[in-house]
Design a protein around this ligand. Structure first.
Ligand SMILES: [Zn+2]
Length: 433
């Protein structure tokens, strides 16, 4: 019965695919690297699953060319944030600390170059996403946006701007390291600043990867990840590991196909990092009534404790906790709404979805979205352990004895309001209801 576990904890299938992905080079949305990674993933899935294929869609492409930040008399190291416009701005440099909503309301920022940190203070009731700070700055009249890392180590953070309606943001945006940000705050608040971004912007194509295992039912369990990554790193943790784990799961579930009552559909999306574009495209095209649940893997090998954000779907909370109990393996479940990865494209339409990641404690995103998101940070043992747990979860969710009701989108919207998630989604043009 547990032979599959022995084979999983000695398998190289997923890890070898992870090495293949990080060796591609940049997997930025719309790039040749993203295309090569998607094709390699299709081929890897085809070894275990049927109907492996790519589905292309159009996006607004963005490629990094250069950026510069001069404040006072000094030049400061920075990197452009993807989907920043290719333009320059100058004005008074303003350090706005964490950039909480009320900090924007209480100041006139017309024509200023505004710096905020990548975190929010622990006393504040919710996380405040980069894009919310960016759009509040633009709304307040800022000419430029500087995003300051809150993790030490000299690493500038990336992360996209842009909205569903306007893929390229309104004001130029760069990221600076914690150390550069601290120096700017200490020495240069109120000085004159000039910020410029050079980027290639134009039509581009991304693609999703699909394949199936299990019985040929109309009902399907989606097991998903995103193939694309930010161009400044290997994108090992975010999210080469998730895509590689989908390949490992295809191997395991093909072996356990007799145990599946419902078809398992694998989808590895393109263009997640620039606005969940691949999953939005897929959710628009898919018969969502047939989707039992979405198991979305994003950040799943960062640490040994599996984390699950279940967006109010209690049956998914119970399913994850049951797997943890069965294996005596720590899992941490957060039942609140999670809106920052591809499951959200389905959850917002009422489809039960869970975001599976790793409990990294106070480290949070850690190396993610910096140049240091590289393979050396990950461990094969963690990959294999998580593959065992996620495979067990997928088999449980694909069993006839499991059921979870779809939600009314209005109830998901109400939960967003109750949990304080709504203002952020509205500020960035992402409110889907
Ligand atoms: Zn991700």
């Amino acid at each position: 019965m547990s032979d599959w576990i022995g084979r999983t904890v000695t398998s190289d299938t997923g890890w070898e695919h992870l090495e293949r992905l990080v060796d591609v080079g940049s997997r930025m949305a719309g790039s040749d690297g993203e295309r090569a990674a998607a094709a390699a993933t299709r081929d890897a899935l085809a070894a275990h699953a049927r109907n492996a294929h790519l589905d292309e869609f159009d996006i607004r492409g963005w490629t990094r060319e250069g950026s510069a930040l001069t404040v006072g008399d000094d030049d400061h190291d920075c990197i452009a944030l993807p989907r920043s416009p290719s333009t320059a701005a100058s004005g008074e440099f303003v350090d706005l600390g964490a950039g909480l909503p009320e900090q924007f309301e209480s100041r006139d920022l017309t024509g200023d170059v505004v710096m905020v940190t990548s975190d929010a203070p622990s006393w504040f009731e919710r996380t405040v996403h980069r894009r919310e700070k960016y759009y509040r700055a633009a709304e307040a009249g800022a000419a430029g946006f500087v995003f300051r890392n809150h993790y030490p180590g000299g690493l500038a953070p990336t992360g996209s701007v842009g909205s569903p309606d306007a893929p390229i943001g309104p004001i130029p945006a760069v990221g600076v390291s914690k150390e550069v940000g601290a120096r700017l705050a200490r020495r240069h608040d109120g000085d004159h600043a000039t910020l410029s971004v050079d980027a290639g912007i134009g039509a581009a194509t991304s693609q999703n990867v699909h394949a199936d295992v299990g019985p040929d039912t109309d009902a399907e369990v989606l097991v998903t990840a995103h193939v694309d990554a930010h161009d400044i790193s290997e994108g090992a943790m975010d999210n080469g590991a998730g895509t590689a784990m989908v390949v490992e799961l295809a191997r395991i579930l093909a072996e356990r196909e007799d145990e599946l009552d419902t078809r398992v559909h694998f989808a590895c999306f393109g263009a997640e990092e620039v606005g969940l574009l691949g999953s939005q495209y897929d959710a628009d095209a898919r018969a969502l009534d047939d989707v039992t649940a979405v198991l979305n893997l994003d950040g799943v090998v960062a640490a040994r404790t599996l984390s699950a954000t279940t967006s109010g779907f209690d049956a998914l909370t119970d399913a994850v906790e049951a797997v943890g109990a069965r294996f005596d393996h720590p899992v941490s479940v957060d039942p609140s709404i999670g809106s920052h990865s591809d499951h959200w494209s389905y959850v917002a339409r009422g489809v039960p979805g869970v975001h599976l990641a790793s409990d990294t404690g106070d480290i949070g995103r850690g190396w993610g979205h910096t140049a240091a998101d590289t393979l050396d940070k990950l461990e094969v043992r963690t990959f294999r352990e998580q593959a065992v747990l996620v495979a067990a979860l997928a088999v449980d969710v694909a069993d006839d004895s499991f059921s979870v009701a779809h939600a009314a989108p209005a109830d998901v919207a109400a939960a967003c309001e109750e949990q304080g998630v709504a203002p952020g989604l509205k500020a960035t043009g992402d409110w889907p209801f």
